[in-house]
Design a protein around this ligand. Structure first.
Ligand code: ZN
Length: 393
């Protein structure tokens, strides 16, 4: 692995990128939508402001909003606006949403066709305090937390550019980055975010779509195969997630269940006889899968197949498939047992490695690299090869 660092193509730049604004630019995180009411609480008080006019509508410790026509009702009072901002009386104090999680920043509550959406608006760096703590354990080595902070900041900035015309920048789930609010912060995470303050991974002077995933299982993936919007992200060897919980896995799928899952997504096939990889990506992941059934053969993209079965169920596309209920013929070939002798079911064992799409940084690999003494810059250099780090002012 040391030879990897000889070709040190990764360049570390530190200069302003004013085009993106600065780190105090707020990020807008969609927390919920389709709600029939919303309540915010703060022990230190809160202020409700009309988002359009800036008029202060109420000061209280708690605010309950509900839709009324195309406007909002605050408690029993009908407002003239369809959108309000709920702000803490003291900016550093978090507020609680619907009796559940606590959040920094403010809540923007909007009436959308008779239902309420809630967007949490807060400084990007404050958002990262929670995202890094929600994505990885605060007990991980500090250099891996720093690498995660830079990757998460970069991804967020990319989304902020991409979604500037929408009412929010990111959602709070794995669809973007997991964000669980104030109580997922910790002093070590804040230390990691502050130590990399404003640092962003770039390509041609723009923030990249800094994909990352839990574990690659030995080799990360070329983005081309999964996310065509980041073609410059290339797969690399990773020897650092080997002794981790997600390095290898095995799962048995019933042919009937696979058939019904495919049918639910509009792919109709007959009783499934065989499932086999048709083509592989350069990193060895299944690019295309052949589903051989009683009516013919249907090809399905490996990444799509994984999403259909569930990304937590079929953990990655880096797998091999062994049919169960097989027997060996005297010729040395293998064949399926009759369904009656195989318990009436045809099953397939998927044996795989890694968890996630495999593109960009391997989070468990980053942890392994940090434990081996690598710095966060070396970690980022490894997984985002040939990209640059810049610092926003
Ligand atoms: Zn890895």
């Amino acid at each position: 692995m040391r030879s990897l660092w000889i070709s040190f193509l990764f360049v570390f730049f530190l200069f302003p990128l004013c085009a993106w604004g600065n780190e105090s630019v707020p990020i807008r995180v969609l927390l919920s939508s389709g709600q029939s009411w919303v309540r915010a609480d703060s022990s230190s008080g809160l202020v409700v402001v009309d988002s359009y006019t800036g008029e202060r509508l109420a000061e209280a410790r708690s605010a309950r909003l509900a839709p009324k026509g195309n406007r909002l009702r605050l408690g029993k009072k009908l407002l003239t606006t369809s959108c309000v901002d709920i702000e803490p009386a003291f900016p550093e104090y978090p507020m609680r949403l619907d009796g559940g999680r606590w959040y920094r920043g403010s809540f923007r509550v909007r009436n959308e066709r008779g239902r309420l959406s809630v967007v949490n608006v807060l400084p990007l760096e404050s958002y990262l305090y929670s995202v890094v703590g929600s994505e990885v354990s605060p007990d991980w080595p500090l250099e891996s937390l720093k690498a995660q902070a830079v990757a998460a900041r970069t991804y967020a900035l990319w989304r902020m550019e991409e979604n500037s015309q929408k009412i929010y920048d990111v959602v709070d789930t794995v669809a973007d980055q997991v964000y669980n609010g104030y109580h997922w912060e910790s002093s070590r995470i804040r230390q990691a975010v502050l130590a990399t303050r404003g640092e962003v991974i770039t390509h041609d002077g723009r923030p990249i779509k800094a994909y990352y995933h839990a574990a690659c299982g030995g080799h990360t993936e070329d983005a081309d195969y999964v996310f065509p919007d980041a073609p410059f992200l290339k797969g690399v060897i990773c020897e650092f997630c080997r002794n981790t919980p997600h390095f290898s896995w095995s799962r048995i799928f019933d042919a009937g269940r696979v058939r019904s899952v495919l049918a639910a997504r509009g792919i109709r096939v007959g009783p499934i006889l065989e499932i086999k990889p048709e083509s592989h990506s350069s990193s060895g992941r299944v690019d295309t899968l052949a589903v051989v059934h009683s009516w013919g053969t249907r090809l399905v993209a490996g990444a799509r197949f994984r999403m259909m079965l569930g990304p937590g169920t079929l953990k990655s596309t880096r797998f091999s498939i062994a049919p169960q209920g097989m027997y060996a013929r005297s010729s040395g070939e293998t064949a399926h047992l009759p369904a009656s002798r195989a318990g009436g079911r045809r099953t397939f064992r998927f044996s795989g490695r890694g968890w996630g799409h495999g593109v960009g940084m391997c989070q468990w690999g980053a942890r392994g690299m940090a434990n081996a003494g690598y710095t966060y810059r070396q970690i980022l250099n490894h997984y985002y090869a040939d990209q640059q780090i810049m610092r926003i002012p």
